[in-house]
Design a protein around this ligand. Structure first.
Ligand code: ZN
Length: 464
């Protein structure tokens, strides 16, 4: 299946061949995580945990259900979500006095508790996160990882004494993401979402978008500055050094299983998945090439290589009784970065053959000190995957001065800053407006819509 001919079919077939999810579960948009898919998700979860733990966030776990009374307190937030939440209306046969919402996100679950937890300035900043399922009744066509109804979700929530402290937090979040996306080998742009498209209840929202081979962008992270919008509603206050009661300023940062979808889409090829070594549940697979009469000897040598690598790498020994060719195909579809082949000739020389998944490059290496050689190769693969993806993305950001020239990929359009012109971009190109570059780029010339002087660039793309 060719990736550039029919992306959607290719994408679905890669997921199926690699055995990541099973879509036959009888609820649309709720696929079953299969062991290998879940193993990748857990690697991503672990990267999230490491980065957020290291920056002073603490993991929590809130209930799935939110009372309607809390959910409905913040008007914009409710307006943004009420058409796509699931309701729990009964306990057994009895209608509930207060209906419950399956969390679509956790602001309205957490902030009433923040109001109890935060007393004084000494309690700030409060920085927590959780990794949980969230639920949204998606009416558009669902697609594994990219658009689903049960979402494997990461959300961090912070509370600060001042707006400036909250701004600082967003800077920290952006730095965390810089590191995370290197680990996932995903390049991205950061845009300040237009006011007409910010998160319901936010003062402003930033979005990180990557580009998929279909020419469409995928939002892979969001950052919201809430100011004191939610704290006023949920009465989250602290006592400052002078004894005055003040509202906290809040931020959130969200990511989801979409990252796995992005990894599949950005790096995969005709043979299937290509996983960045940092994310791969198996980094190295050992395939013994058994020859008649020497099976035992080769199996034993393969087991020795396996045990020598085990303390250093995520390694798997494929000793199933099937032909080597079939094993190669199997592990290529699963995107294992390196294959180690061990046959009778290699054994005689004290060597193994290393095959790189993405490039197909082969070379022989001595068994002695193998683990450190493999580690270096994996590091190079990691860097190479990011660089390749980054080049593709950069090559597909085009500055256009006329809306008729809008093309697949990311269009950077000179803009006068007026909402009406921004909305016209969407009307006339059918594309989503991602927002303005967060890391400012110079804009010159005229607004592509009205011809007035442009003050900034506006990113527009077809988006998932
Ligand atoms: Zn204009």
């Amino acid at each position: 299946m060719k990736k550039d001919e029919d992306f959607s079919e290719w994408y679905a077939s890669v997921i199926e061949k690699a055995e990541l999810r099973d879509k036959r579960y009888p609820i649309k948009g709720m696929d079953v995580w299969l062991p290998y898919g879940w193993a990748i998700m857990k690697r991503v979860d672990q990267a999230w945990r490491e980065e957020f733990d290291a920056t002073g966030h603490r993991e929590v776990n809130f209930p799935l259900l939110i009372p309607e009374t809390e959910f409905k307190k913040e008007a914009d937030h409710v307006k943004g979500f009420e058409s796509d939440v699931y309701w729990v209306t009964h306990g057994g046969l009895n209608p509930l006095d207060i209906r419950l919402v399956l969390r679509p996100t956790s602001e309205t679950a957490m902030y009433p508790m923040f109001a109890l937890w935060i007393r004084s300035h000494a309690d700030l900043p409060l920085k927590v996160y959780q990794i949980v399922s969230t639920f949204r009744y998606e009416t558009k066509m669902t697609r594994t990882f990219l658009r689903v109804r049960e979402i494997h979700f990461f959300e961090s929530h912070t509370a600060h004494a001042t707006f400036e402290d909250a701004q600082q937090q967003i800077q920290e979040d952006l730095q965390i993401h810089e590191r995370l996306m290197r680990r996932f080998c995903l390049p991205y742009i950061v845009s300040k979402r237009p006011d007409w498209d910010k998160f319901p209840g936010a003062d402003y929202s930033l979005g990180a978008d990557t580009l998929l081979p279909s020419g469409r962008t995928l939002q892979i992270a969001t950052f919201h500055q809430y100011k004191d919008n939610f704290s006023k509603v949920y009465d989250v206050k602290y006592e400052d050094a002078e004894g005055a009661r003040r509202y906290v300023h809040q931020t959130t940062d969200g990511m989801s299983e979409r990252l796995v979808g992005a990894i599949v889409a950005v790096h995969g090829d005709e043979k299937g998945l290509v996983l960045p070594p940092e994310v791969a549940p198996i980094q190295v697979v050992i395939v013994p090439i058994l020859e008649k009469g020497r099976q035992e000897e080769i199996s034993r040598a393969a087991l020795e290589v396996y045990h020598s690598l085990l303390p250093h790498l995520r390694v798997h020994l494929d000793d199933r009784d099937v032909r080597p060719g079939e094993k190669f195909y199997h592990w290529e579809a699963k995107g294992v970065p390196l294959r180690v082949e061990l046959g009778p000739k290699d054994l005689a020389k004290g060597e193994v053959v290393i095959v790189q998944r993405r490039s197909g490059e082969k070379k022989s290496l001595g068994v002695l000190g193998l683990h450190s050689r493999l580690k270096s190769i994996l590091e190079l693969i990691q860097v190479d995957l990011f660089a390749r993806a980054e080049k593709v993305m950069k090559d597909n950001i085009t500055v256009i001065t006329r809306l008729e020239d809008a093309r697949d990929g990311i269009n950077a359009i000179p803009w006068c800053g007026r909402e009406s012109c921004g909305l016209t971009v969407t009307e006339r190109t059918g594309m989503s407006v991602l927002g303005t570059p967060y890391y400012k780029e110079a804009a010159s010339g005229k607004c592509a819509v009205c011809g007035e002087p442009a003050i900034e660039l506006l990113y527009a793309a077809k988006a998932y």
